[in-house]
Design a protein around this ligand. Structure first.
Ligand SMILES: Nc1ncnc2c1ncn2[C@@H]1O[C@H](COP(=O)(O)OP(=O)(O)OP(=O)(O)O)[C@@H](O)[C@H]1O
Ligand SMILES: [Mg+2]
Length: 261
């Protein structure tokens, strides 16, 4: 397992130019993530969390500074980085199973139909969707769509999983059970995960470290906080853990200072 520097963000700045105006979104971001680490990005709305995640994904360009994955500079999207979008981004005319097979078809060119089917079924089982495999997105709930998105990001065995507010639009109950599910899958798969969230409790429940960003423009890193709570963690169990309560207070204070600054 590669420790520090598996994902390496060095002196990264981001400027947007729109209608002749320059907007300096990110200023001097320096971060290093370990292989197998679960990282959350948290910060005020508009500070640049999605921008930074999209730059790691290669969807957004990086003109100043460098972002490396396992020593390689990221220049464009790649199969070693799986992305889960907030709006699911499933093909509406395909079933759950076909959506997953499509992701596999794009990448595993040499694999037989049976090999791909085996992988698709393994991940459908992991997200507990075997029974819904032949349904279309319109026939399943928001939480189920989100789970298809997670399965689809996992099937190509990416080195890094990038999640942009994956549970943002869900009710508290569905959110809670998906958080527990993601924690379980992460325990099993030990992937490097970078997740954007607005939810302090979600960040503490899932993360090894939480990156707190300052407000924009020219946002940077306010703090990087380690979460030393033993795993496996279940939402129902950790709510009265002393470390959890302490971290929740610390993070909530930091975020309220950032949003009024
Ligand atoms: N393509 C773009 N062109 C111009 N400005 C942009 C573009 N994308 C993002 N921005 C600006 O950059 C800043 C950061 O946006 P970003 O979407 O990364 O924020 P965020 O932290 O993800 O916010 P939220 O929590 O609300 O999702 C915002 O001020 C936004 O208006
Ligand atoms: Mg965002």
């Amino acid at each position: 397992m590669k420790t520090n520097g598996f994902v390496e963000i060095a002196r990264v700045k981001k400027t947007f130019k729109t209608r002749g105006k320059v907007f300096e979104a990110l200023d001097e971001i320096n971060l290093q993530f370990n292989e197998g680490e679960f990282i959350s990005l948290i910060g005020p709305s508009g500070c640049g969390k999605s921008t930074l995640l999209n730059m790691i994904a290669g969807i957004e360009s990086c003109e100043v500074g460098t972002i490396k994955l396992d020593g390689q500079v990221i220049k464009k999207p790649g199969v070693e980085r799986g992305m889960v979008f907030q709006n699911h981004a499933l093909f509406p005319w395909m079933t759950v199973y076909e959506n997953i097979m499509f992701a596999l078809d794009c990448v595993k060119e040499g694999a037989t139909k049976e090999e791909k089917d085996e992988i698709a079924m393994k991940y459908l089982e992991l997200v507990k969707l075997t029974g819904a495999k032949d349904k279309k997105p319109r026939e399943i709930s928001g939480g189920m769509k989100q789970r298809v998105g997670i399965a689809r990001a996992f099937v190509n065995n990416p080195k890094v999983l990038l999640l942009d507010e994956p549970f943002g639009a869900l009710d508290a109950l569905t959110r809670g059970s998906l958080q527990d599910e993601l924690e379980r899958i992460w325990e099993e798969e030990q992937k490097t995960v970078v997740m954007v969230t607005h939810d302090v409790e979600e960040a503490i429940l899932l993360s090894d470290r939480i990156v707190v960003m300052s407000h924009g423009p020219k946002a940077n890193i306010r703090a990087v906080i380690s979460v030393d709570i033993p795993r496996p963690r279940q939402k129902s169990d950790i709510m009265d853990n002393q470390e959890f309560i302490k971290l929740r207070k610390q993070l909530t204070n930091m975020l309220s200072q950032e949003s009024i600054a």
